[in-house]
Ligand binder design. Structure first.
Ligand code: PBG
Length: 329
C-alpha cells in the first residue's frame, strides 16, 4: 500500500509510545475519600465497598501518613455519624467526629490537603442533604446549617471545604461566612454538577445515609443535562468556588470535557463508589484485571479534562504508579 502516514509507526515500542503519550496520571492529582468513625484502633470493613474502611481518628492519621508518603494530594473526609436528628445538629459540633479528625490529621501530617464534606445527609434521620420542613427539602434554611458546618471544619483546620449538598446559593453563603470569620485562606471545592445518580449506592451503604423517603432529584441534577451543568458551574464560580467538581465521573466524561473547554479553572471529578464497586466486583469474579481497569478509568478521567480525581483507588493507584515508575506501562 502506498501510504504517506502510518499511525502504527508511533506505536512500535514502549519508548516511542511513551514519547507521544498525551495524558499523565500522577499521585499528586488524586484525592482519597475517607470515612471517619468513633472509637480507637477501629478499621471497620465496608461491605458495599470491598477494600475500603471506616477509620477511627487514630487509624485515620496512620493511613494519612502513608498516603502522604505515597505523594497523594489530599483526603476528603466523611463522618459516619450514629447520632442523627432532624436538624443535623451533630454536623457543626466543634468537637464532632470530623472536626476532631481534621485536627488530628493536621497535627500529624500538616501538609496533606485536608478536605471535608459539607452536607447534612450523614447527620439527619431522614437522610437528605438539607433540612426537611413539612415534607419539603428547604433551601435557605439548609444553607444556614451548611455554613455553620463549613465554619466548624475551617476552625478545626480544614484546607478546603467541599459542599456536596447541591442547595442553591450555598457557595456564596459559605464563602461569606468563612471570610467574615477570618478564614479567607480556606478553599471551596464545589460539587457544582452533581447528578442524581444510582452510582452512589455503595457509599450510602457505607454511611447508612440513604434517604428514608423520596429521592434526591429535587436538588441533584438530571443525568440528561449538560447545558445545566455549565450554568451550575458559572453560578458556583461567580459565588467564589475555587475548584468545581463533576460527579460521577465515568458516565459524565462528556460533561468534564465541555467544562474543560468552557472554563479556565481547576476541575475535579469524583470517581464514585459505584464506579469503584463495579471494577472490584468484576475483578473478584476474575472477569477483569483490577489494576488495568483502575488505571484506564483514572486516565480516561484525566484525558477528559479533570485536573484532580477523588477516587477510592487513590492509594492503590499511587502504589501502582510508584511500583511502575519509569517503566513503560
Ligand atoms: C452526599 C454525598 C454522596 C456522595 C458524596 N456525598 C451521596 C449522595 O448524594 O447520596 C457519593 C459519593 C460516592 O458515591 O462515592 N452528600
Amino acid at each position: 500500500m502506498d501510504l504517506v502516514y502510518r499511525p502504527r509507526r508511533l506505536r512500535r515500542s514502549a519508548p516511542i509510545r511513551g514519547l507521544v503519550r498525551e495524558t499523565e496520571l500522577s499521585p499528586r492529582q488524586l484525592i482519597y475519600p475517607m470515612f471517619v468513625t468513633e472509637g480507637k484502633s477501629v478499621r471497620e470493613h465496608i461491605d458495599t465497598m470491598p477494600g475500603q474502611f471506616r477509620f477511627s481518628t487514630d487509624e485515620l492519621v496512620r493511613e494519612c501518613e502513608e498516603l502522604y508518603a505515597l505523594g497523594i494530594g489530599g483526603v476528603n473526609l466523611f463522618g459516619y455519624s450514629i447520632e442523627k436528628d432532624e436538624l443535623a445538629s451533630k454536623s457543626y459540633d466543634p468537637n464532632g467526629l470530623v472536626q476532631r479528625a481534621v485536627r488530628a490529621i493536621k497535627e500529624a501530617v500538616p501538609e496533606l490537603c485536608v478536605q471535608t464534606d459539607v452536607a447534612l445527609d450523614p447527620y439527619t434521620t431522614h437522610g437528605h442533604d438539607g433540612l426537611v420542613i413539612n415534607g419539603e427539602i428547604v433551601n435557605d434554611e439548609s444553607v444556614e446549617v451548611l455554613c455553620k458546618m463549613a465554619l466548624s471544619h475551617a476552625e478545626a483546620g480544614a484546607d478546603w471545604v467541599a459542599p456536596s449538598d447541591m442547595m442553591d446559593g450555598r457557595i456564596g453563603a459559605i464563602r461569606n461566612a468563612l471570610d467574615v470569620q477570618g478564614f479567607s485562606h480556606v478553599g471551596i471545592l464545589a460539587y457544582s454538577a452533581k447528578y442524581a445518580s444510582c452510582f452512589y449506592g455503595p457509599f450510602r451503604g457505607a454511611l447508612l445515609s440513604a434517604p428514608k423517603s423520596g429521592d434526591k432529584k429535587t436538588y441533584q441534577m438530571d443525568p440528561a443535562n449538560t447545558r445545566e451543568a455549565l450554568r451550575e458551574i458559572s453560578l458556583d464560580l461567580e459565588e467564589g468556588a475555587d475548584v468545581v467538581m463533576i460527579k460521577p465521573a465515568l458516565t459524565y466524561l462528556d460533561v468534564i470535557s465541555r467544562v474543560r473547554d468552557t472554563f479556565d479553572v481547576p476541575i475535579a471529578a469524583y470517581n464514585v463508589s459505584g464506579e469503584y464497586a463495579m471494577v472490584v466486583a468484576a475483578a473478584e469474579k476474575g472477569w477483569i484485571d483490577r489494576d488495568r481497569a483502575m488505571m484506564e478509568m483514572l486516565l480516561s478521567i484525566r484525558r477528559a479534562g479533570a485536573d484532580m480525581i477523588l477516587t477510592y483507588f487513590a492509594k492503590d493507584a499511587a502504589a501502582f504508579l510508584r511500583a511502575n515508575y519509569g517503566s513503560y506501562t
